[in-house]
Ligand binder design. Sequence first.
Ligand SMILES: [Zn+2]
Length: 562
Amino acid sequence: MHRLLTSIAQHALIAVGVATLGCSRPARIGADLVLTHANIWTGDPTQPTAAAVAVIGDRIVDVGGADEIERWRGPATTVVDAEGRRVVPGFNDSHVHFVDGGTQLDSVDLKDADSPEEFARRIAARARTQPGKWILGGEWDDQRWTPPQLPTRALIDDATGGTPVFVSRYDGHMALANSAALGRAGITERSPDPPGGAIVRDANGYPTGILKDAAMDFVTRVIPKMTTEDRLRAVKRAMEHAASLGVTSVQDMNPSYEDVAVYADLANRGELTVRIYAAPTETGFYDQAKLGIHRSFGSSWLRLGAVKGYADGSLGSTTAYFFQPYADAPTTRGLLSAEMQPIEHMRTRLMAADAAGLQLCIHAIGDAGISQVLDLFGDVVRTNGDRDRRLRIEHAQHIAPKDFDRFADLKVIASVQPYHAIDDGRWAERRIGPERIKTTYAFKTLVDKGVRLAFGSDWPVAPLNPMLSLYAATTRATLDGKNPSGWVPEQKIAIADAVTAYTRAAAFAEFQEREKGTLARGRLADLVILTDDILTIPAPQIKDVRVLTTIVGGKVVYQRRP
Ligand SMILES: [Zn+2]
């Protein structure tokens, strides 16, 4: 509140200053921005709806009816007329990989290339515009081709020549290298498969260009590291993308220290248009702890003080860690991550990080992975004592029925990505069977148990667009169109709960609920005008809703062109 009062006082002084310099009008505070004629969902239970908002500096000074707010209009006030549209607090994505996302926006896009010819055409076009420069990214999906078949280097070698290409399948578990890239990596027909990886070969034993899992490292090792300029460009592209989608805050998981340095430079120059909470890797917790950095330390634009760790892998790669074997891979029940082995080391680090005042965010997907993290969190609470620490499990996909109450008792936040539910929902039952899917992406059970849900996308693993996540959480309609009335429909949640999870609860998950996530007096002026009313339209239509205007800190950072 202090900052707000200071801000108002400064404005008053400026106004008085102008008055004493000969302006005859009496001194009065005009808002910098007034948003009016809006259908506002404030997220604030004490005043759930409003029609207008006044902003001074980067904060909301008043929320109310259009007439009430009119008195804030001064000669220099910017007025944004929402024309009756739905306005909500800016979306806060609780789990992104921001620099990866920005990088992907500039990479060749193969996701919807639905034939080998189209795949080759797009790569050839990219090679013409940037000859000699590595072509990366891709996100191709061979299952879209009829018949499905893995691409080969022969498809692209002629068109790319000496330009190295290394484009990934969308799941990140295999990639196609052209001959130039194989050459730089030193891969030949004589190269053996590495442990945990495979070099796919043709009938004559020559590499086809497809490298699986650990074999991909041969090439990634020789790709030049991103420069600071590359990183800056990626962050700028990511910020533009976020603004266009109404994402005003992101919680960035596992940024490198070079990433944070770029954020810090942008923050110092006043050039961030999205607020960033950076959670570097848990194994490096001491880097923050030794400086005395606590949870949520920093400015409203850039904060540190969380650590992000991994307990297990993913469902798609059968590395999420389960109590029982996979239904379609009965020899395995997944893998605990390297940082969980031995578990005592993980426990020691988490205890120390927590004692240092850092927030713990741990990736756990399989039921046994989640259970082990809950055990560890229980140890942390018992040893370090009760306090407001907002422990988080990232993903929390497949929860054992016995563990829902533990989530609630330990006040663990479930940081979940609803889009994965409609994506994995296409094949998850085949992988883990009919029983375990009942408590898979179990958003309704979590809500009913009083567990706080914080929504995010996991961008670029899934799209950054919050509308797709809201659509996913409220419809659970899988991407293949096979479950129009919902996959495990008991786990659908109400749209108001979903929007809360993407705004107020996401702010809570980063200790910022008094700063943002609701549209109320004193809060940061982060808000979004939408084309349609997501709170009342049929849920299947939510995915097509667009953002008209995004305002961050009282400034318009995105305006959709008519
Ligand atoms: Zn992630």
